[in-house]
Design a protein around this ligand. Structure first.
Ligand code: ADE
Length: 231
């Protein structure tokens, strides 16, 4: 079947419920273009307290995610599941490479991905060395866990699945698909509170509209994200 299966390993799977139940991501699941399975890492943590973290060797502030619950959860997902066995494990961390549209486009083509959400200070490095295939960051700031980054990833990948957006042209003209920002958009009324929509968009000259959109997109990119043009 076309579409993508996404396994999420998290200590807080409940955080995903509202995001998965609304808008494009919910529609993608209904259409069979996206399957999301949430697994609670704590279900694989032993002991009475189901403890998933521990003190860092060598001391220092913050706790470290223990290796056993995470590795056992990944093994469990892959048990008797050829698709999960072949799926890359993506770990979200501020130390990862920056998530961009081109990385999203690549993952959107895969049949199956396993997303690993970190918490506490970090994940035991041995899991990162031996179980994780890719590490992604959603920006140069620190969040309290990998759940929100995983939700961003799921949304960005879901909307690219065939049949999810009614207008694929619209997805291709998004900001960042052309390594630039998109152009401004307007809708009715043509004048509101004395604010006029650009005249060129109201006429039917498609070549002029295209040229205007390209110029405005370039101007915006130059002003707000000149780094995109340097690349
Ligand atoms: N976990 C905490 N902060 C993060 C970030 N900026 N990107 C990805 N994962 C994170």
């Amino acid at each position: 079947m076309s579409g993508i299966a996404i396994d999420v390993l998290s200590l807080f799977p409940g955080m995903f419920t509202s995001v998965l139940g609304e808008s494009i991501v919910a529609q993608a699941q209904k259409a069979g273009a996206l399957q999301v399975r949430l697994t609670d890492i704590r279900d694989f943590a032993g002991g009475r307290h189901r403890q998933a973290d521990d003190y860092p060797f060598g001391g220092g502030a913050g706790m470290v995610m223990k290796p056993e619950p995470v590795c056992d959860a990944i093994d469990w997902l892959r048990q008797d599941d050829e698709s999960a066995k072949a799926a890359p494990v993506v770990y979200f961390t501020p130390q990862g490479r920056l998530l961009t549209q081109s990385i999203v486009n690549e993952y959107a083509r895969l049949p199956h991905v396993i997303l690993l959400c970190g918490h506490y200070k970090e994940l035991d490095q041995r899991v990162r060395d031996h179980m994780v295939d890719d590490e992604l960051s959603v920006g140069d700031y620190v969040l309290s866990g990998g759940e929100l980054p995983a939700m961003l990833f799921i949304d960005a990948v879901a909307r690219l699945q065939p049949g999810v957006l009614s207008d694929i042209e619209s997805a291709l003209s998004d900001s960042h698909q052309q390594r630039a920002l998109g152009c401004p958009h307007y809708t009715r009324p043509a004048e509101y509170r004395g604010w006029q929509a650009p005249e060129v968009l109201l006429g039917g000259n498609h070549a002029a509209i295209e040229a205007w959109r390209r110029e405005r997109a370039l101007e915006l990119t130059r002003r707000v994200r000149p780094d995109l043009l340097d690349e």
